[in-house]
Design a protein around this ligand. Sequence first.
Ligand SMILES: Nc1nc2c(ncn2[C@H]2C[C@H](O)[C@@H](COP(=O)(O)O)O2)c(=O)[nH]1
Ligand SMILES: [Mn+2]
Length: 213
Amino acid sequence: MTTWNPEEHVHQDIKDLIDRKTPNYTLALFDILHKLKLQRRTGWINNGIENPESISDHMYRMSIMSWILRSNEIDSARCMKISLAHDMAESIVGDITPFDVKIDKHEKHLRELSTIEYLCNELVKPYNPIAADDILAAWHEYEDQTTIEAKYVKDLDKFEMLVQCFEYERMYEGKKDLSQFYGCLNEITTDEVSEWATDLMQERSQYFDSLKE
Ligand SMILES: Nc1nc2c(ncn2[C@H]2C[C@H](O)[C@@H](COP(=O)(O)O)O2)c(=O)[nH]1
Ligand SMILES: [Mn+2]
């Protein structure tokens, strides 16, 4: 059980929208989600990338990747929803890397679980209970990896990061060592995303070869 409470990390201006006589839950939610546009991804910050992408940048491109998946074993629209929900709790929890020394995997899970429940049950549900349950279900699908769509999105989470990583390698003309990010390659399991990753790595190999010329 965590002592961490999402409501204690919500700005007073947003709390005022919720606590007033006629609460505006949707505006409060939208203001909380603003943080996804502002919060830059920690993995890149930790590696000295200037002006790195935000959490919403990451989820947006994952949603488009989901959209164009050709596999006939999945509902790509469901993958898009899972892509948009999977890091939504980071609007309050923040972007925690798998290597964070202060917050372990279990604490991260507890914080994100209490946050997504808060966002869905307190802010979305009063306006649209169906959407509230759908967002919460999509988050759990991803977190618990209970569907084939969630497995594809987990692959896209890694693949999108690697596409971004290669973009940063090119931005720094190969002078910044970001190779440790590619350690997650072997965690990509679906055929279609594995093919995308193979193509990406071929491009990367040709790029670094060209730097030697
Ligand atoms: N330094 C590393 N950072 C990593 C790695 N894998 C993920 N990350 C970063 C990327 C994000 O900032 C953060 C969490 O990403 P989620 O999409 O899972 O929320 O962790 C890595 O291998 N090295
Ligand atoms: Mn993610």
